[in-house]
Design a protein around this ligand. Sequence first.
Ligand SMILES: Cc1cc2nc3c(=O)[nH]c(=O)nc-3n(C[C@H](O)[C@H](O)[C@H](O)COP(=O)(O)OP(=O)(O)OC[C@H]3O[C@@H](n4cnc5c(N)ncnc54)[C@H](O)[C@@H]3O)c2cc1C
Ligand code: SF4
Length: 458
Amino acid sequence: MEHQNLVRKIFKEVILPGNCFHCGLCEGLTNNLFKMKESKNGPIPNLIRKPLHKDLKDLKKIFIACPGRGVPYNFLLSKGKAKNKNNIIGNYNSIFTASSNSKIIRQNGSSGGIVRTLLLEMIKKNVIDYVCVLNEKKNKILKFDTMITKSEFEIKKLSQSIYVTTPVLHKIKKLKKNKKYCFVGLPEHIAALRILKLKFPNEFSHIKFLIGIYAGTNMYPGAINSFLSANNIKNLNEVKKIDWRYGEWPGKLRIVTKDNKELTLKKFYYNYLIPFFISKNCLITPDLTSELSDISIGDAWSPKLEKKGFGYSVIISRSKYFDKLLGQLETNKKISLKKIRLIDCINMHAHMIEFKKIGSYLRLKFLKKMGPVPSYDLKPQNVSLRRQVIEKCIGSIISICSIKVINKIFLKLNPRFLGFVFEILRNVWKKISKSTKRSGLNKIKFSKVNNIRVEELK
Ligand SMILES: Cc1cc2nc3c(=O)[nH]c(=O)nc-3n(C[C@H](O)[C@H](O)[C@H](O)COP(=O)(O)OP(=O)(O)OC[C@H]3O[C@@H](n4cnc5c(N)ncnc54)[C@H](O)[C@@H]3O)c2cc1C
Ligand code: SF4
């Protein structure tokens, strides 16, 4: 009975209210009980057979590690070994801006090509046997899979950010216990794996390292379809290749059709699709930087570096191993590395950090009136009335954009025009909300919340 009860709870608390983070753990930890299935709102676990008593052990693990039930970040961070405690970017040892010194890796990287540089070095040094990374399925457009590989050639090819909700943990059971793996994932993937590693250390010791990438916003697959349709491409079958960060940093969305037509859109113009297709999971998590990783990588958004171009990453090293590896890579001239202060790191992403730390709290407060929401163990203190009004405006814009008729009318317009208008509105909006958001961030203090998630993990 307990197994049926757990399945019922996963559906009731997570899947049915739309709190699934699409991580793929449901499929990854069970034997053909769940299968991730594509839906308009991202991939969702579907039950493909009746749960049996023999599934109980796996179901217990899913229930405890499911990010859709919430993640007690404060509690989990207190178990880490990083030197500096921080509730905004997660605990850390040191912070850098960096770029790969390999022209090819840097050129086709999302930011500075650091993720692949780290993976290649760990494989070369035999610190790990395999990397687990998201990759496009061969000859399939908008279909992705986790690739488990140690091939230098394959790893080098795995560049680019994939801005579509995609499972990453659905192959976890296939990993061999006598091999060592490094996972690359978004905050939700990293959080689920960290919980498993803490709660079941022996069973998950083969997942040795967690490389987290920053994730501000992600989108449902409809975003690309809509962009194609606005460009008179009716079917995905007409597409040969999609790159979200093609060319020089910050890169642009580039779609090549089978008849070699090339559609491009500046990265920041592509953001016009965000209010229409933003995935719910990135609205209800307080984690931008993959706080529970061993090392986190994002774009080093600073006016000075953006002016230089080429591509720069921001790195938050949270473990002694990565501190040392970064030092070695710098000494061997494989990367260029510059230490930065916490405040510089925060300023690079101030708007997005605020969107996560205060915005998600306000959104969850509102959503809680309608049903279950994920539970977190920190809440921001004294959120100003002005900030609450700003949140209402953001919420209203997203709600209006999700109305079918509005959606249809707007998305028929020329994407370049929409992107241009969106960019102007975004800058105006950033200016209006800057003082409220920045002051909120400077003064932000959190109170601890004791909830069931903390209790479950103790
Ligand atoms: C959905 C999404 C949102 C993001 N939002 C932000 C943001 O708001 N601010 C910011 O600074 N950075 C953000 N990033 C991170 C940024 O785009 C780069 O991925 C990061 O800077 C690493 O760059 P790199 O050049 O070192 O990586 P590369 O060397 O180019 O390697 C990229 C790695 O990322 C992996 N990867 C790509 N997409 C995914 C995915 N969807 N899920 C799991 N793994 C993936 C690839 O498999 C590869 O291993 C986001 C990334 C994604 C995928
Ligand atoms: S968030 Fe992950 S573990 Fe939770 S229901 Fe969704 S796929 Fe399953």
